[in-house]
Design a protein around this ligand. Structure first.
Ligand code: MF3
Ligand code: CO
Ligand code: CO
Length: 259
Protein backbone atom coordinates (compact mmCIF):
# COMPACT_ATOMS: atom_id res chain seq x y z
CA UNK A 1 0.00 0.00 0.00
CA UNK A 2 1.52 3.33 -1.05
CA UNK A 3 -0.18 6.32 0.48
CA UNK A 4 0.81 9.68 -0.94
CA UNK A 5 1.17 12.55 1.51
CA UNK A 6 0.16 15.71 -0.30
CA UNK A 7 2.49 18.71 -0.47
CA UNK A 8 1.28 22.25 0.29
CA UNK A 9 0.93 22.85 -3.46
CA UNK A 10 -1.05 19.67 -3.99
CA UNK A 11 -3.27 20.46 -1.00
CA UNK A 12 -4.14 23.84 -2.51
CA UNK A 13 -5.18 22.09 -5.74
CA UNK A 14 -7.26 19.55 -3.78
CA UNK A 15 -8.94 22.45 -1.97
CA UNK A 16 -9.89 24.00 -5.29
CA UNK A 17 -11.15 20.71 -6.78
CA UNK A 18 -13.09 19.98 -3.57
CA UNK A 19 -14.71 23.41 -3.56
CA UNK A 20 -15.82 22.99 -7.16
CA UNK A 21 -17.33 19.54 -6.48
CA UNK A 22 -19.26 20.92 -3.51
CA UNK A 23 -20.58 23.81 -5.62
CA UNK A 24 -22.19 21.33 -8.03
CA UNK A 25 -24.33 19.86 -5.22
CA UNK A 26 -25.41 23.36 -4.19
CA UNK A 27 -26.17 24.30 -7.80
CA UNK A 28 -28.27 21.18 -8.54
CA UNK A 29 -30.42 21.33 -5.38
CA UNK A 30 -33.31 23.41 -6.82
CA UNK A 31 -33.54 21.01 -9.78
CA UNK A 32 -34.05 17.94 -7.58
CA UNK A 33 -37.85 17.92 -7.74
CA UNK A 34 -40.64 15.45 -8.52
CA UNK A 35 -40.88 14.98 -12.30
CA UNK A 36 -37.24 15.59 -13.20
CA UNK A 37 -35.40 12.64 -14.78
CA UNK A 38 -31.98 11.59 -13.57
CA UNK A 39 -30.71 12.10 -17.14
CA UNK A 40 -31.82 15.75 -16.86
CA UNK A 41 -29.90 16.08 -13.57
CA UNK A 42 -26.85 14.52 -15.27
CA UNK A 43 -27.11 16.98 -18.16
CA UNK A 44 -27.43 19.99 -15.81
CA UNK A 45 -24.36 18.91 -13.78
CA UNK A 46 -22.33 17.97 -16.85
CA UNK A 47 -22.87 21.39 -18.47
CA UNK A 48 -22.12 23.24 -15.24
CA UNK A 49 -18.90 21.30 -14.56
CA UNK A 50 -17.58 21.86 -18.07
CA UNK A 51 -18.89 25.33 -18.93
CA UNK A 52 -18.96 27.14 -15.56
CA UNK A 53 -16.21 25.32 -13.63
CA UNK A 54 -13.89 24.56 -16.55
CA UNK A 55 -13.41 21.15 -14.93
CA UNK A 56 -13.86 17.52 -15.94
CA UNK A 57 -16.61 15.18 -14.62
CA UNK A 58 -14.51 12.25 -13.42
CA UNK A 59 -17.17 9.49 -13.67
CA UNK A 60 -17.71 9.95 -17.43
CA UNK A 61 -16.00 6.99 -19.13
CA UNK A 62 -14.33 6.00 -15.83
CA UNK A 63 -13.97 2.23 -16.28
CA UNK A 64 -16.77 2.52 -18.81
CA UNK A 65 -19.27 4.46 -16.65
CA UNK A 66 -21.57 6.15 -19.19
CA UNK A 67 -22.61 9.38 -17.39
CA UNK A 68 -21.06 12.35 -15.55
CA UNK A 69 -22.68 11.81 -12.12
CA UNK A 70 -24.11 8.92 -10.10
CA UNK A 71 -27.77 9.05 -9.08
CA UNK A 72 -28.91 6.43 -6.56
CA UNK A 73 -32.61 6.39 -5.69
CA UNK A 74 -34.27 4.63 -2.71
CA UNK A 75 -32.99 1.02 -2.59
CA UNK A 76 -30.05 1.84 -4.88
CA UNK A 77 -26.95 1.85 -2.67
CA UNK A 78 -24.48 3.56 -5.04
CA UNK A 79 -23.30 3.96 -8.65
CA UNK A 80 -26.81 4.42 -10.07
CA UNK A 81 -26.63 5.40 -13.75
CA UNK A 82 -28.72 8.43 -14.75
CA UNK A 83 -31.50 7.50 -17.18
CA UNK A 84 -35.10 8.31 -18.09
CA UNK A 85 -36.48 7.48 -14.64
CA UNK A 86 -38.26 10.48 -13.09
CA UNK A 87 -38.20 11.41 -9.42
CA UNK A 88 -41.44 10.97 -7.47
CA UNK A 89 -42.75 12.51 -4.30
CA UNK A 90 -41.26 10.63 -1.32
CA UNK A 91 -38.11 9.42 -3.11
CA UNK A 92 -34.70 9.80 -1.51
CA UNK A 93 -31.78 10.22 -3.90
CA UNK A 94 -28.01 10.37 -3.55
CA UNK A 95 -26.19 12.51 -6.09
CA UNK A 96 -22.45 11.79 -6.22
CA UNK A 97 -20.19 14.36 -7.88
CA UNK A 98 -16.50 13.95 -8.69
CA UNK A 99 -14.63 16.64 -10.61
CA UNK A 100 -11.05 16.88 -11.82
CA UNK A 101 -9.47 20.33 -11.81
CA UNK A 102 -5.79 20.93 -12.55
CA UNK A 103 -5.16 17.16 -12.29
CA UNK A 104 -6.72 16.75 -8.82
CA UNK A 105 -10.00 15.13 -7.78
CA UNK A 106 -12.77 16.35 -5.46
CA UNK A 107 -15.42 13.72 -4.56
CA UNK A 108 -18.60 14.40 -2.59
CA UNK A 109 -22.21 13.26 -2.40
CA UNK A 110 -25.37 14.09 -0.52
CA UNK A 111 -28.92 12.88 -0.08
CA UNK A 112 -31.90 14.86 -1.34
CA UNK A 113 -35.48 14.27 -0.25
CA UNK A 114 -38.13 14.68 -2.95
CA UNK A 115 -41.32 16.17 -1.50
CA UNK A 116 -42.17 14.44 1.76
CA UNK A 117 -40.36 11.14 2.46
CA UNK A 118 -41.51 8.69 5.15
CA UNK A 119 -40.37 9.15 8.76
CA UNK A 120 -38.19 6.06 8.35
CA UNK A 121 -36.54 7.40 5.18
CA UNK A 122 -35.88 10.73 6.90
CA UNK A 123 -34.37 8.96 9.88
CA UNK A 124 -32.11 6.87 7.62
CA UNK A 125 -30.93 9.95 5.73
CA UNK A 126 -30.23 11.89 8.96
CA UNK A 127 -28.51 8.96 10.68
CA UNK A 128 -26.25 8.42 7.66
CA UNK A 129 -25.20 12.09 7.73
CA UNK A 130 -24.51 11.77 11.45
CA UNK A 131 -22.32 8.72 10.70
CA UNK A 132 -20.30 10.81 8.24
CA UNK A 133 -19.91 13.71 10.69
CA UNK A 134 -18.93 11.33 13.49
CA UNK A 135 -16.24 9.79 11.26
CA UNK A 136 -14.94 13.18 10.12
CA UNK A 137 -14.63 14.40 13.71
CA UNK A 138 -12.27 11.52 14.53
CA UNK A 139 -9.79 12.51 11.83
CA UNK A 140 -6.45 13.72 13.19
CA UNK A 141 -2.87 12.41 13.20
CA UNK A 142 -2.66 9.24 15.29
CA UNK A 143 -6.27 8.12 14.78
CA UNK A 144 -6.49 4.70 13.14
CA UNK A 145 -8.85 3.80 10.31
CA UNK A 146 -10.39 1.04 12.45
CA UNK A 147 -11.38 3.69 15.03
CA UNK A 148 -13.34 5.58 12.36
CA UNK A 149 -14.98 2.45 10.95
CA UNK A 150 -15.98 1.32 14.40
CA UNK A 151 -17.52 4.67 15.33
CA UNK A 152 -19.62 4.71 12.17
CA UNK A 153 -20.72 1.10 12.53
CA UNK A 154 -21.66 1.40 16.22
CA UNK A 155 -23.73 4.52 15.62
CA UNK A 156 -25.62 3.01 12.66
CA UNK A 157 -26.24 -0.35 14.33
CA UNK A 158 -27.43 1.25 17.58
CA UNK A 159 -30.23 2.70 15.43
CA UNK A 160 -31.03 -0.72 13.94
CA UNK A 161 -29.52 0.16 10.57
CA UNK A 162 -26.73 -1.77 8.80
CA UNK A 163 -23.43 -0.80 7.14
CA UNK A 164 -22.65 -1.84 3.57
CA UNK A 165 -19.28 -3.64 3.56
CA UNK A 166 -18.55 -4.17 -0.14
CA UNK A 167 -17.85 -0.50 -0.92
CA UNK A 168 -15.75 1.97 1.03
CA UNK A 169 -14.06 5.36 1.12
CA UNK A 170 -10.69 5.80 -0.52
CA UNK A 171 -7.55 7.83 -0.81
CA UNK A 172 -7.90 10.53 -3.47
CA UNK A 173 -5.65 12.98 -5.27
CA UNK A 174 -4.25 12.74 -8.78
CA UNK A 175 -6.12 9.43 -8.93
CA UNK A 176 -9.87 9.04 -8.36
CA UNK A 177 -9.32 6.00 -6.13
CA UNK A 178 -6.01 5.74 -4.25
CA UNK A 179 -4.91 3.80 -1.18
CA UNK A 180 -5.98 3.47 1.57
CA UNK A 181 -9.39 1.82 1.62
CA UNK A 182 -11.53 3.53 4.25
CA UNK A 183 -13.97 0.94 5.63
CA UNK A 184 -17.12 2.11 7.39
CA UNK A 185 -16.95 -0.72 9.91
CA UNK A 186 -14.08 -2.05 11.96
CA UNK A 187 -12.24 -2.65 15.19
CA UNK A 188 -10.83 0.19 17.31
CA UNK A 189 -7.04 0.36 17.56
CA UNK A 190 -6.51 -1.41 14.23
CA UNK A 191 -5.64 -0.30 10.73
CA UNK A 192 -3.66 2.54 9.21
CA UNK A 193 -2.47 5.34 11.50
CA UNK A 194 -3.44 8.74 10.03
CA UNK A 195 -0.76 11.33 9.26
CA UNK A 196 -0.98 14.98 8.29
CA UNK A 197 -1.15 15.41 4.51
CA UNK A 198 -3.28 12.33 3.80
CA UNK A 199 -6.41 12.95 1.74
CA UNK A 200 -9.25 10.45 1.57
CA UNK A 201 -13.01 10.18 1.39
CA UNK A 202 -15.43 8.97 4.02
CA UNK A 203 -18.68 7.86 2.37
CA UNK A 204 -20.81 5.55 4.51
CA UNK A 205 -23.60 3.58 2.82
CA UNK A 206 -26.22 2.67 5.42
CA UNK A 207 -29.22 0.39 4.83
CA UNK A 208 -32.58 0.43 6.58
CA UNK A 209 -32.67 -3.38 6.32
CA UNK A 210 -29.89 -5.95 6.02
CA UNK A 211 -26.39 -4.98 4.87
CA UNK A 212 -26.25 -7.26 1.85
CA UNK A 213 -26.15 -5.83 -1.65
CA UNK A 214 -26.33 -7.07 -5.21
CA UNK A 215 -24.97 -5.76 -8.49
CA UNK A 216 -27.50 -5.30 -11.31
CA UNK A 217 -26.80 -6.70 -14.81
CA UNK A 218 -25.66 -3.25 -15.99
CA UNK A 219 -22.57 -4.02 -13.87
CA UNK A 220 -22.74 -0.64 -12.08
CA UNK A 221 -25.97 -0.22 -10.14
CA UNK A 222 -25.67 -1.59 -6.60
CA UNK A 223 -28.97 -2.30 -4.79
CA UNK A 224 -29.92 -3.70 -1.40
CA UNK A 225 -30.62 -7.43 -1.65
CA UNK A 226 -33.76 -7.06 0.49
CA UNK A 227 -34.90 -3.94 -1.39
CA UNK A 228 -34.71 -1.84 1.77
CA UNK A 229 -33.84 1.86 1.52
CA UNK A 230 -30.19 2.90 1.48
CA UNK A 231 -28.53 6.27 2.08
CA UNK A 232 -25.03 7.69 1.56
CA UNK A 233 -23.17 10.96 2.17
CA UNK A 234 -19.56 11.64 1.17
CA UNK A 235 -16.83 14.17 1.77
CA UNK A 236 -13.17 14.50 0.78
CA UNK A 237 -11.06 15.09 3.89
CA UNK A 238 -7.52 16.35 4.52
CA UNK A 239 -5.67 15.27 7.69
CA UNK A 240 -4.11 18.45 9.15
CA UNK A 241 -1.48 18.75 11.92
CA UNK A 242 -4.20 19.01 14.57
CA UNK A 243 -7.34 17.54 13.00
CA UNK A 244 -9.15 17.72 9.67
CA UNK A 245 -10.20 20.00 6.87
CA UNK A 246 -13.28 19.06 4.86
CA UNK A 247 -12.19 19.90 1.32
CA UNK A 248 -15.73 19.49 -0.05
CA UNK A 249 -17.57 21.39 2.73
CA UNK A 250 -20.72 23.24 1.64
CA UNK A 251 -21.39 26.69 3.12
CA UNK A 252 -24.17 25.44 5.44
CA UNK A 253 -22.07 22.68 7.04
CA UNK A 254 -20.28 22.99 10.38
CA UNK A 255 -19.36 19.39 11.38
CA UNK A 256 -19.92 20.16 15.05
CA UNK A 257 -21.32 17.23 17.01
CA UNK A 258 -24.27 17.20 19.36
CA UNK A 259 -27.89 18.28 19.27
N1 MF3 B 1 -17.91 8.81 -6.80
C1 MF3 B 1 -17.86 7.41 -6.48
C2 MF3 B 1 -17.04 7.30 -5.22
O1 MF3 B 1 -17.38 7.94 -4.28
C3 MF3 B 1 -17.28 6.56 -7.56
C4 MF3 B 1 -18.13 6.51 -8.76
S1 MF3 B 1 -17.34 5.55 -9.93
C5 MF3 B 1 -18.33 5.79 -11.24
O2 MF3 B 1 -16.01 6.70 -5.12
F1 MF3 B 1 -17.70 5.33 -12.24
F2 MF3 B 1 -19.48 5.22 -11.01
F3 MF3 B 1 -18.53 7.08 -11.38
CO1 CO C 1 -15.62 8.42 -3.29
CO1 CO D 1 -18.24 9.82 -4.81
Amino acid sequence: MTISLKSADEIEKMRIAGGLASSVLTMVEPHVRAGVSTDQLDRICHEYIIEELDAVPAPLNYRGFPRSICTSINHVVCHGIPGNKRLRNGDIINIDITVIKDEFHGDTSKMFCVGKPSVRARRLVDTTYECLVLGINMVKPGTRLGDIGHAIQSYAEARQFSVVQEYCGHGIGRQFHEDPQVLHYGIPGTGLVLEAGMTFTIEPMINAGKRHVKLLPDNWTVVTKDHSLSAQWEHTILVTSDGFEVLTRRPEETFSLGP
